[in-house]
Write a protein that binds this ligand. Structure first.
Ligand code: DAH
Length: 340
């Protein structure tokens, strides 16, 4: 009787184990058959009804049954755990052939692109890129550049003064003086940087903008070097077919001075909206360094000659990318910046 019962329990347990596939269900079976209130325990409890002589045999039988059930439970448990693990590994595996998620990429500012282009050109010509302070003494921004005390550029309306002697530089020309002060000759440098003027913001003005200063000081430098250098710069920047024209002008720190125009890269010189019908676009100021500027820095103007130029960076960016309002360069509107 008891033997059959045990057989039945075992069979039932084994069948149930075969049917389940998760460890919770497996645990339930373990509890139901082997637990304190489980089927086998109940059988053990009924031992007292067994004749004493049969008890050891029956006891053995119960133990065998328990071991058999335990064994299949353990096997099933191991199998389930292996399956769970392999499922997990499959899920967690990384497919290295999948394309990576695209990170949102920033864009270079048109000013930056234009500056890097200008730097590339001049580095190619053997120039060094240097920088100078944005807060300057009157001396570096004006006096040493041969700008007399009563010059209109010094008017409070144009210059941001911090006090009577200290100001925000209105031009990168101040870096010329710092370079000459270093006492290393020859000089072949460009100096990009921010400049400040108390101008109202409009389509062509901003109180803070950027210039790129250029300075060469060497023993045999002539106006034709200046023209050749700036013409090849213009051709690299705006295209090989670009022509240049030098118009006489006046700057206190250069003599002679000129402004350089480039043939309109939009219409090629025939006249269009872009060049306001003239066929030419003004892009920079330049000239031979005034002997007095060299002299003030202790450079003998009989031995050394120099040429200098100053370009507005925004002007180049606006021209190159055909942007018609300077304010776009400062507003950081992503819809604008994303186009570059
Ligand atoms: N500093 C001048 C300005 O801000 C630009 C300039 C003109 C720079 C002639 C030069 C130069 O070096 O030679 O208008």
């Amino acid at each position: 009787m008891m033997k059959e019962k045990l057989e039945k329990i075992k069979e039932e347990a084994l069948r149930k184990v075969r049917e389940v596939s998760d460890s919770d269900a497996l645990n339930e079976i373990r509890v139901a058959y082997l637990g304190k209130k489980g089927e086998l325990t109940a059988v053990l409890k009924s031992m007292k009804e067994v004749a004493e002589a049969d008890r050891p045999k029956m006891g053995q039988l119960v133990n065998d049954t328990r071991s058999a059930i335990e064994e299949v439970l353990d096997q099933a448990k191991q199998k389930i755990e292996e399956a769970v693990m392999s499922e997990r590994l499959k899920k967690e595996s990384i497919d290295v052939t999948l394309p990576a998620k695209k990170l949102p990429m920033g864009h270079r500012h048109p000013n930056t692109i234009a500056l890097e282009e200008v730097e590339r050109i001049f580095i190619g010509l053997g120039y060094e890129v240097v920088s100078g302070p944005e807060i300057e003494k009157d001396y570096y921004n004006f006096e040493a550049l041969n700008i007399p005390a009563d010059h209109p550029a010094k008017d409070e309306q144009d210059t941001f003064y911090i006090n009577g002697d200290i100001l925000l530089r209105t031009q990168t020309s101040s870096v010329q003086i710092h370079e000459m002060e270093k006492g290393r000759l020859p000089i072949r440098m460009i100096a990009p940087g921010r400049v400040f003027r108390s101008d109202e913001v409009d389509a062509t003005h901003s109180p803070c903008f950027h210039q790129i200063e250029g300075l060469v000081v060497d023993k045999q430098v002539s106006f034709s070097d200046l023209k050749g250098t700036l013409t090849s710069f213009a051709k690299e920047l705006f295209g090989e077919e670009t022509k240049t024209k030098f118009r006489p002008h006046h700057f206190p720190f250069t003599e002679p001075s000129a402004e350089m125009d480039v043939s309109c890269f939009k219409c090629g010189g025939s006249g269009c909206r872009f060049c306001k019908g003239s066929g030419w676009i003004e892009i920079l100021g330049c000239g031979m360094v005034h002997p007095r500027v060299l002299e003030m820095r202790g450079i003998d103007p009989e031995e050394y000659v120099g040429f200098a130029f100053g370009v507005g960076l925004e002007r180049i960016a606006l021209l190159k990318y055909e942007i018609d309002d300077m304010r776009l360069l400062y507003e950081n509107d992503q819809r604008f910046l994303n186009q570059f």
